[in-house]
Each structure stands twice: as structure tokens, then as C-alpha cells.
Design a protein around this ligand. Structure first.
Ligand code: CDP
Length: 230
């Protein structure tokens, strides 16, 4: 692991569902000696907490109060990031179909976004962060030194997700493709900080690329940025 001036840069990786952001972001962070932050996991943790408390996505008051009261912690774990909700390990629970199907509705709530964006900015304040999500380059860290918009065709994204969950959830490839397209639509069309490609982001279409190739491309981009900053 090399620490190549982590004090000087943050990397924002945004893109639609299943583009490979979390795998890629984790590996980029590892190679650069940076800290990886999965903001999608934070929206998922809020969704799980709200579902448990019986709070619907269209109850902004209760949702805001709940989000304020939560302690969400992201820790490096054996299999990527361990997510804790008020001290409880919810790493697997937040990947359930029940959470995945509803997370975009909860993520459209203004108070949820305000609280989580503030937490994310705080986490990134010391720099040396790779953060992935939907609005990182456009809203949370508009001054990130490197912004990447990672995408792939919806077919390829569905296929990747299908391989990832095969066996653990009873869902067909067609159904998965529909659900991914629906989540993209809802993330792109919400009013508050929707999924968009920041004007200064580098667009990487990973259709047909391996994870290694994408990681390599982003690490190279970051090295170029670091050299420019010298
Ligand atoms: O991993 P996957 O692509 O399935 O999604 P995720 O990164 O875990 O994010 C789950 C959901 O959280 C997204 O579909 C968005 O609705 C929301 N999200 C968001 O609104 N803003 C972010 N910065 C990250 C996630």
C-alpha cells in the first residue's frame, strides 16, 4: 500500500446502479492507500432503520428526525466495508431485496439527503478519500480533485448484479434489469441532488471492461492529477 499524498486529494465516483462503483472504488482506495466510503450503504442503512420503525418514504418529518438520531459507522471489514447502525452490524441486511426495492424513495427525501451529505463531507474533510454514490462529484464534494462518472449498459449492469446475487435471491435476469432501470429513473429524476454527471467528471463506460482495467484507469487518472498538483 502506498500513500501517495493522500493529504492532497479526494476522488468522487458516481454512476447508476450496478456500474461496479463499490468494487472499483474499494480497489482504487486500496491501491492508493486511501479510505473508501460507500455512501449508498448509508442510504441503505437509513432505509432499513425507517422500515423497522414503520416510517414511510413520504413522511419527511418523522424521517428527518429518525435520520438525525442514527449512528451510522463504516468500518473496513474482511469482505469490504462493515456497516453499523447504532452499533449493530447490518452489512448483509442492507443488501436485502426489501431495502434495495425502496432505497431510492427514501433517498429522495430532502432531510435524509441533508443529514447524510453533511456526514459525508465531514468524513472527507481530511482528504485521501474515495467516495462513491450518485451526487458526490455534483453536490457532496464539488471540489473533489478527481471525479469519475462510471457507467455501463443496463444489460451489462443487470448481468453483473445477477451473477453477484445468484442463489441468494429468487429473481430473474429480466426482472433485475427492470428494477435497475426503474431505480436509475428514480435517481435521475428526483428533485434534490439527482444522479447526474458533473461537468468536470471523466466518463468511463465500463461495458466490456474488466474490474482490473477500470481500477487501473482510475488509478492512472489520479496519478496524473497528483503529478499536476505538484
Ligand atoms: O450498489 P448499488 O448500485 O445497488 O446502489 P447503492 O450505491 O448501494 O445505492 C443505493 C441507492 O441509494 C441508490 O439507488 C440511490 O437511490 C441512493 N443513493 C443516493 O441517492 N445518493 C448517493 N450518494 C448514494 C446512493
Amino acid at each position: 500500500m502506498m500513500d501517495e499524498g493522500s493529504s492532497r486529494m479526494n476522488i468522487a465516483i458516481d454512476g447508476p446502479a450496478g456500474a461496479g462503483k463499490s468494487t472499483v472504488a474499494r480497489q482504487v482506495a486500496e491501491q492508493l492507500g486511501f479510505v473508501y466510503i460507500d455512501t449508498g450503504a448509508m442510504y441503505r442503512a437509513v432505509t432499513l432503520a425507517a422500515q423497522r420503525a414503520g416510517i414511510k418514504a413520504d413522511e419527511p418529518g418523522r424521517l428527518g428526525e429518525l435520520t438525525h438520531s442514527l449512528r451510522i459507522e463504516l468500518e473496513p471489514g474482511e469482505l469490504g466495508q462493515t456497516v453499523k447502525l447504532n452499533g449493530e452490524d447490518v452489512t448483509s441486511l442492507i443488501r436485502s431485496r426489501e431495502v434495495t426495492l425502496h432505497v431510492s424513495s427514501y433517498a429522495a427525501d430532502e432531510s435524509v439527503r441533508t443529514v447524510l451529505a453533511a456526514m459525508q463531507r465531514q468524513l472527507a474533510a481530511r482528504k485521501g478519500i474515495v467516495m462513491d454514490g450518485r451526487d458526490i462529484g455534483s453536490h457532496v464534494l464539488p471540489n473533489a480533485e478527481l471525479k469519475v462518472f462510471l457507467t455501463a449498459s443496463v444489460k451489462e449492469r443487470a448481468l453483473r448484479r445477477y451473477r453477484e446475487i445468484q442463489g441468494s435471491q429468487d429473481i430473474s435476469l429480466d426482472q433485475l434489469e427492470k428494477e435497475i432501470a426503474e431505480r436509475d429513473r428514480s435517481d435521475e429524476q428526483r428533485e434534490i441532488s439527482p444522479l447526474i454527471c458533473a461537468s468536470d467528471a471523466v466518463v468511463l463506460d465500463s461495458t466490456g471492461m474488466t474490474i482490473n482495467e477500470v481500477v487501473h484507469a482510475i488509478v492512472n487518472l489520479s496519478r496524473t492529477k497528483l503529478a499536476e498538483a505538484k
